[in-house]
Ligand binder design. Structure first.
Ligand code: ADP
Length: 801
């Protein structure tokens, strides 16, 4: 129904108009003033207005002009209704105010009705037109939409990516053909099943979580995941989805895509693998275990199977075989035991070892197998373990093939291509470098070790090259000869080694390593004669000489020889005396005087005792050597002990020798010593003092306290000892006068035994020259700790005083 607005300030007029227009069957609206009319127009869509001209306040013209000013109402036809203004002026004003017609009262109802109905019809027509226009527009839009949808579908289908859409709650409702092809499924199946079945199980939780988050927030979705292809292999995809929203902003659809980024991902993975492998390879010098761990790292990142073979003793030996499933490794090894790899195989590791060339087989098909002419072992691997593709690369170190690394794809369905081969070759290059480094390091280390040994060894070692130049001179050589390395190395042996001429001729150079016979040569060093035992061994770079200083050993050897003479002499003298005396006593043809008889008996007793002493010294010395001499440390009275030894010595003093005791203090502490042994030490010193004073003199024994020690000082005015020999006289068998030029006998054991006995009670012994003439021997023995009783006594005595 169409609205017709009737405006008149008088209700009777409105009533009249109503009566006239009712038959038109339209909806009549009423207004009693201009304002009222404007209000009605705000609320309703009106086809025509019948407007009274004479109205209080806003009159008809003013109201019309306001209506015309409004955009929404300006085209509404206005018919003025008036009783008075018939003059032209008024009519003109009415038209200019926007009237389409003028009706004067009293009006013909039919005329008015038909006029109004014309406008109503017009209005209806225009509305119809508008509706039609709108319909048209809608149709056009629908067409457009369809076209754009088609275009979009076309776009989606022509994409290299998988394209899909999902409902606002995330349910898949469209996938493009590419996706259908990739998964080898039907569109319906795909849309019904969704992604869950095709996403790699490891990537699934993350996908669900991110997708849900996007669905909840309306934020774009993005994720990297592996999608299972129809052949079972997984490829990395970047999956993204954007929401499409309506005018109110709510999501009406999700537009998604899956882009295959497998190559990029693998390249990244390969890079990462190389970096990690590099670090592992560089991190250890045990190349066998490092190569094995690289093989481990490769699975399953770049291969399903990896294997490292190294050339050892002319044969290719498998260092490592790797697969995620230990049972399969066991199976492969069993296969290798049953059908050993053909070392002459035209394919695989043996071939790579032989040729030094990499091998790449992108796809192992049955046809290809026949062509490859593989052995039973490999045939088994391919058939039983489903080998699909492989590559073998040589490990080349210092220009030689030292091993082979192999990568095989099986269950992953991966096909190796040139990029993968490049990666494997790069890995092999790094591995080979690591092996090389490890070998170099070992060589250097061995050399350094040898050098360290040479430096620490006690023997002097030097090397003279074929040109006669000294190339090596170790620390012991420096120490033994006093010649500094810098003064010797790099120079001619002839110039720098004092006995070189001699040496070169006399030292036999053994050709092969082994014990070379040594030569003993004298060498004048720093004014002293040293004896060197030297041997030489020849090798490709010259001759290595080793020498040691045997001066001491030689001296000792001489002493030993002397000793035999001395001891035999020492033993023979008393024996001869005893024998002579005994023989004389035994003669019955001789009538011996009592005095002579007694004298002979005395000789026998004295010489026997001397013999016993010598034998005792030898015994003690050997016990000391064997570490079997027992020591019983007790508290001894130094003074009483010394007095007893002196008394014994005084019984057989030669003429011109006196022995005196001088005790510095009355407060001499007890000493901690083995009494018998201390007696032997003192006896020995006093005997020596007497013995080595052939021209007589005073032997003085002084006892004094020295800190925690009691010091025994035995001085004589006899032959004295050159300071240089002060140390050596305490050595075993050492005598100043081994040939007894002065006729004084001895075994050279007394001082040695004394020193050892003193040491065992933590005492000290040494010799100094005597003022003027002779020697002074000192012995210091630790004072004994005070006994409980002794201390008490002293404290009481102290308290009493
Ligand atoms: P022995 O007296 O049996 O030869 P010792 O070991 O007692 O052996 O002495 C070693 C050497 O020290 C003696 O051969 C002697 O040359 C020298 N010697 C020891 N005591 C004295 C001394 N008081 N005066 C001079 N020389 C001594």
């Amino acid at each position: 129904m169409t609205n017709v607005l009737l405006v008149d300030d008088r209700p009777e007029n409105l009533l009249a108009l109503e009566g006239i227009l009712e038959p038109l069957g339209q909806n009549l609206l009423y207004a009693q003033s201009g304002e009222d009319a404007l209000r009605q127009l705000l609320l309703h869509d009106v086809a025509v207005i019948l407007l009274d001209v004479q109205m209080p306040e806003l009159d008809g013209f003013e109201t019309a002009s306001l209506i015309k000013q409004r955009e929404r109402t300006k085209h509404i036809p206005i018919i003025f209704v008036t009783a008075i203004s018939k003059d032209e002026q008024q009519v003109f004003r009415g038209y200019s105010a926007g009237a389409v017609d003028y009706v004067f009262k009293p009006f013909n109802p039919d005329v008015l009705r038909s006029k109004v109905s014309v406008f109503i019809e017009l209005h209806e027509k225009s509305e119809e037109l508008q509706r039609q226009a709108e319909l048209l527009k809608e149709q056009e839009l629908a067409e457009l939409r369809r076209e754009s949808e088609e275009r979009y579908r076309f776009l989606a289908e022509s994409q290299p990516d998988q394209i899909w859409t999902a409902t606002p709650n995330g349910e898949l409702d469209y996938v493009n053909q590419r996706a259908v092809d990739y998964f080898e499924t039907s569109f319906t199946e795909m849309v019904e099943a969704g992604w869950t079945n095709v996403v790699h199980p490891e990537d699934l939780p993350r996908r669900l979580e991110r997708w849900q988050r996007s669905l909840d927030t309306g934020q774009p979705y993005e994720n990297e995941l592996r999608l299972r292809r129809a052949d079972g292999s997984y490829r990395w995809h970047l999956t993204r989805a954007l929401p499409m929203r309506d005018r109110r902003g709510s999501v009406v659809k999700w537009f998604g895509s899956n882009t295959d980024i497998d190559d990029r991902k693998r390249a990244e993975e390969a890079q990462r693998f190389l970096v990690e492998a590099g670090a592992t390879l560089g991190g250890s010098l045990d190349y066998r275990s490092t190569l094995a761990s690289v093989a481990k790292m490769a699975v399953p990142r770049i291969a399903d199977w990896s294997r490292v073979d190294m050339l050892e003793q002319g044969r290719l030996r498998t260092l490592a075989v790797q697969h995620v499933d230990p049972a399969k490794i066991e199976f492969a090894l069993e296969l290798a035991r049953r059908y050993p790899e053909d070392p002459d195989a035209r394919r695989g590791p043996p071939n790579v070892l032989r040729t030094g060339e990499s091998e790449l087989v992108p796809e192992i098909t049955e046809d290809r197998l026949a062509e490859l002419a593989v052995d039973d072992f490999h045939l088994g691997l391919v058939r039983e373990l489903g080998f699909q593709s492989y590559m073998c690369v040589p490990l080349v170190a210092r220009g030689r093939v030292i091993g082979v690394i192999s990568f095989v794809s099986a269950e992953s369905g991966r096909r190796y291509g040139p990029d993968d081969l490049a990666l494997a070759e790069e890995l092999a290059r790094r591995a080979a470098t690591a092996v090389e480094n490890a070998q170099l390091y070992r060589e250097v280390e061995e050399r350094a070790q040898a050098a360290r040994v040479l430096e620490t060894v006690g023997d002097g070692v030097f090397l003279v090259d074929g040109e006669g130049i000294v190339r090596l001179w170790n620390r012991a050589a420096e120490a033994l000869t006093g010649l500094r390395r810098d003064d010797v190395v790099g120079r001619s042996a002839e110039d720098v080694l004092p006995v070189w001429d001699h040496l070169a001729v006399r030292v036999p150079v053994a050709g092969a390593p082994g014990p070379a016979s040594a030569e003993t040569l004298p060498l004048e060093l720093a004014g002293r004669e040293r004896w060197l035992s030297i041997s030489g061994v020849g090798f490709d770079e010259g001759t290595v000489y080793a020498f040691r200083d045997i001066t001491e050993e030689r001296a000792l050897e001489r002493i030993r020889q002397d000793l035999v003479a001395t001891v035999s002499h020492e033993l023979r003298t008393p024996l001869a005396a005893i024998y002579g005396s005994a023989l004389t006593l035994a003669r019955d043809d001789l009538e011996l005087e009592d005095a002579l008889h007694d004298k002979l008996m005395e000789v026998i007793v004295e010489e026997s005792s001397r013999l016993a002493d010598i034998v005792n010294d030898l015994l003690v010395a050997s016990q000391l050597d064997a570490g079997r001499l027992e020591v019983h440390i007790e508290r001894c009275d130094a003074r009483a002990l010394t007095e007893a030894v002196i008394a014994a010595a005084r019984t057989h003093l030669p003429e011109g020798v006196t022995v005196e005791l001088d005790v510095g203090t009355n407060d001499l502490p007890l000493v901690a010593a083995d009494e018998g042994q201390l007696r032997q030490v003192l006896g020995n010193l006093i005997d020596n003092a007497v013995k080595y004073s052939p021209d007589g003199g005073d032997v003085r024994i002084r006892l004094e306290r020295s800190d925690e020690y009691v010091r025994f000082r035995v001085s004589d005015e006899g032959l004295g000892i050159p300071p240089a020999e002060h140390g050596r006289i305490f050595e075993k068998f050492y005598r100043l006068d081994p040939h007894m030029a002065r006729g004084i006998g001895g075994t050279g054991l007394g001082l040695y035994i004394s020193r050892e006995l003193v040491r065992r009670v933590k005492g000290r012994i040494w010799v100094e020259p005597n003022d003027g003439q002779g020697s002074v021997f000192y012995v210091e023995i630790p004072a004994a700790a005070e006994s409980e009783a002794g201390r008490k006594l002293r404290i009481e005595a102290g308290a009493g005083s």
